[in-house]
Design a binder for this molecule. Structure first.
Ligand SMILES: *Cc1c(COP(=O)(O)O)cnc(C)c1O
Length: 357
């Protein structure tokens, strides 16, 4: 694969923005280069009157050590959602390219594709949650620079087998993105270890889910150093604010605390499944490697509305290719107890209604 051949032509010609702080990174006493307000505004040790480090240098270094890659293989975005958009802009030509999605999957890939005027070619995940290589190759043409895999997948919760991912990486001639937003809830290994074998691989992770920091908007991408330099050329100069950089750094230093939470969520996932499985109206609960369960029901909207009346918000995923589902995030022990009780009441009530009609 020649990466340059895949880059959108106008981006290949584009001269990137050079921010004041990316031109000079050293230590100085007087900073008069970026039209900042000189009067200090501090949050703990952060100088908020100054622009953030444009490449989030310290955070990239810490993420690299944490994940066992080099800092040159790390890109950080204002959430994974920004990285998704940047990947479309980097590789896809508006009005000309198409991208491959494996449905059902995370909605932002299609939204971002539409926003960039990129057509989507969808293939269906099997009942086992796996994409088929033959189907990928059937829809691939010379205008297909980008393919999305989500593992564990949202909304199914099922992980894509490593052999499948390798087969697609080896045969597809464009970039394959593996979105691992939920990887920390799973026993499976990250695809980061495949980076050395496949120059067309991009792995995404995020601080939003297992790390408990959805509010700071920090997403991570891992890829070849060459691909990362292209993302750096097109990103907004200060896409990660100072506060988020600092909080993400602290989270990496304290990752032991999150390990406890992740363990608790995984145990609750098991308990929640066990309790819901005993209820009569639930057809099946898919195997989940993530922090949510996907329940197959006759009428997910009915249960969703009942739960809403009890103050419990869930996500109706009716009309998926393999059936009608409700997606429920694993909450705290107390939240899950409330959910289980409300579901039990709903199904007891609907049985009553049926027997009376
Ligand atoms: C929640 C989620 C993300 C996270 O996006 P952020 O912008 O990092 O918060 C990414 N991918 C998938 C599949 C998700 O479900």
């Amino acid at each position: 694969m020649n990466l340059e051949d895949l880059i959108r032509p106008n981006i290949k010609r584009m001269k990137p923005y050079s921010s004041a702080r990316s031109e000079y990174q050293g230590k100085a006493e007087v900073w008069l280069d970026a039209n900042e307000n000189p009067y200090e505004r501090k949050l703990e040790s952060l100088s908020l009157n100054r622009y953030p480090n444009p490449k989030a240098h310290a955070l990239r270094q810490a993420v690299a050590e944490w994940k066992g890659v080099s800092a040159e293989q790390v890109f950080l975005g204002n959430g994974s959602d920004e990285i998704i958009d940047l990947l479309f802009r980097l590789f896809c030509v508006p009005g000309q390219s198409q991208t491959i999605l494996c449905q059902p999957t995370y909605g932002m890939y299609a939204v971002s594709a539409a926003l960039n005027d990129v057509a989507t070619a969808s293939i269906l995940l099997g009942e086992d949650g796996q994409p088929k290589l033959e189907e990928v190759l059937q829809v691939e043409d010379e205008n297909t620079p980008l393919l999305w895999l989500c593992s564990p997948n949202n909304p199914t919760g099922i992980s894509i087998e490593e052999d499948r991912i390798r087969a697609i990486l080896g045969s597809f001639s464009g970039i394959v993105v593996v979105d691992e937003a939920y990887i920390d809830f799973s026993d499976k290994e990250s695809c980061i270890k495949l980076l050395g074998d496949y120059p067309n691989l991009v792995v995404m992770q995020t601080f939003s889910k297992a790390r408990g920091l959805a509010g700071i908007r920090v997403g991570m991408a891992f890829a070849s150093a060459e691909l990362i330099t292209w993302l750096d050329r097109i990103k907004p100069p200060y896409n990660l604010n100072s506060i988020s950089q600092q909080i993400a750094l602290e989270a990496i230093r304290e990752s032991g605390n999150q390990a406890q939470e992740i363990l608790k969520i995984r145990l609750e996932r098991k308990r929640l499944r066990g309790a819901l499985e005993t209820l009569p109206g639930i057809k099946q609960i898919l195997q989940s490697d993530a922090n949510f369960l996907l329940l197959e029901l006759d009428n997910p909207g009915g249960l969703r509305n009942y739960l809403l009346q009890q103050g419990i918000v869930t996500r109706d995923r009716s009309g998926l290719p393999h059936g009608d589902f409700l997606r429920i995030t694993v909450g705290t022990e107390n939240e899950n107890d409330l959910l289980i009780r409300a579901c039990a009441e709903y199904f007891a009530g609907s049985k009553l209604e049926k027997s009376m009609s």
